[in-house]
Design a protein around this ligand. Structure first.
Ligand SMILES: Cc1ncc(COP(=O)(O)O)c(C=O)c1O
Length: 302
C-alpha cells in the first residue's frame, strides 16, 4: 500500500541536502550522520507567506546560537543557508502555504560513536520544504497534561532547539492515546511549561500569562505574541503557572510556526472558559495574521 501523504502535492518535491536538490525518494543522509547516531542536530520550522520567508533572520539567529552552544564545527554561513532556502523554494515553486523544516546536523562521522572527534566533514544542511497549511483545527483543540516532564536547563537548555525530541514524542503519544491534539508538559517543579510542540498562553480577567522560557522553547511565535500584546497595550506577563491556574483560565491558546495561534478549548476534560474561542484569542489570531501578511524576507527571483 502506498503511504498517505497529508498533502499529495508533496509527492514531487525537491529536497536540498548540502546544496544539492533531490527528488524526495532520493533525498538521503548517511547512516554515519550525527542526526542518525544521536539526534545530534538543531532545527527550525519556518513558514512562507506571500512569497516571503517569515521571521527568517530570527530563525537563523536561533539556529546559529543553537549550533554554537552545541559546539558544531564548520557551521555554514547565514548567507549560504539563506541561499539554499531560496533555491529550494524556487525549485518547488513554493511561495505560500508552505513550511520548511531546516535541519543542521553535526555532520557525517568517520565511525559510529558519540564523540565529535569523529566528525571530520563539517555540518550537514537539510532544507525540507513542504506544502503545509497550519496543522491544527482553527476552531480549537483539546489537550491533556502529560506524565513526561519538559527538560529543565539542568538537563538540557531549552534555548538550544535540538533534535533530541524523545520526551516530546512520548508526550505526543500520550495525547494520541487520549484522542486529543497535544499534551501539556510541566516543568520539574510541576508548573506548566508548554505543549509537546507549541508554547502556551492563558487569558484571565483580560490579562495574558505565559510561562517563563526556562524549560519551554523560547518560541519565535511566542515572542511575536508578546510583541503584539505590547503594541496593543494588552497586559502580558511571563510567570509560573500552576495546573489549577491553567484549568481556571478564561481562555487559552497555543503558538508555533507550524500551527500559528490555535485556541485551546479543553484541557484534561475541563472546559477552558465556556469552551468556545474567546475574544482575546480571536483578536490575537487576527493581529498575528496581519503580521504574517506584512512581515518577511522576499524570496529573490534568482
Ligand atoms: C517544543 C516546541 N515548543 C514551541 C515551538 C514553537 O516555536 P516557534 O514559535 O519558534 O515555531 C516549537 C517549534 O518548533 C517546539 O518544538
Amino acid at each position: 500500500m502506498s503511504p498517505q501523504l497529508p498533502d499529495s502535492r508533496n509527492e514531487n518535491i525537491l529536497i536540498n541536502i548540502d546544496g544539492n536538490l533531490y527528488p524526495r525518494d532520493e533525498a538521503k543522509i548517511s547512516v554515519f550522520d550525527s542526526a542518525v547516531q544521536g539526534g545530534d542536530a538543531v532545527w527550525e520550522g519556518i513558514r512562507i507567506y506571500n512569497a516571503k520567508v517569515f521571521m527568517l533572520e530570527e530563525h537563523l539567529d536561533r539556529m546559529m546560537d543553537s549550533a554554537k552552544a552545541m559546539a558544531f564545527a564548520r557551521i555554514p554561513t547565514r548567507e549560504y543557508i539563506k541561499e539554499q532556502i531560496f533555491r529550494t523554494l524556487r525549485a518547488n515553486s513554493m511561495f505560500d502555504e508552505s513550511h520548511i523544516r531546516l535541519t543542521l546536523t553535526r555532520g557525517k562521522k568517520v565511525s559510529s560513536g558519540m564523540s565529535p572527534h569523529f566528525n571530520q566533514y563539517g555540518c550537514t544542511l537539510i532544507v525540507l520544504a513542504e506544502w503545509k497549511k497550519p496543522v491544527y483545527n482553527v476552531n480549537g483543540i483539546a489537550l491533556i497534561t502529560s506524565s513526561i516532564r519538559r527538560n529543565p536547563p539542568q538537563c538540557i537548555d531549552s534555548k538550544i532547539h535540538h533534535n533530541n525530541l524523545i520526551n516530546n514524542i512520548l508526550a505526543k503519544i500520550e495525547a494520541n492515546l487520549a484522542g486529543v491534539e497535544d499534551a501539556v508538559m510541566l516543568d520539574l517543579d510541576g508548573f506548566v511549561s508548554e505543549t509537546n510542540a507549541t508554547n502556551i498562553f492563558f487569558v484571565k480577567n483580560g490579562e495574558i500569562k505565559t510561562p517563563f522560557a526556562d524549560s519551554c522553547l523560547s518560541g519565535i511565535t511566542r515572542g511575536n505574541v508578546i510583541k503584539i500584546a505590547k503594541e496593543h497595550q494588552v497586559n502580558i506577563s511571563e510567570k509560573r503557572i500552576s495546573i489549577s491556574e491553567m484549568y481556571s483560565a478564561d481562555e487559552a491558546f497555543v503558538t508555533g510556526s507550524m500551527g500559528e495561534l490555535t485556541p485551546v478549548l479543553n484541557i484534561d476534560g475541563r472546559s477552558i472558559g465556556d469552551g468556545t474561542t474567546g475574544n482575546t484569542t480571536l483578536k490575537f489570531i487576527a493581529w498575528y495574521k496581519k503580521m504574517t501578511e506584512n512581515v518577511g524576507i522576499q524570496i529573490p527571483s534568482s
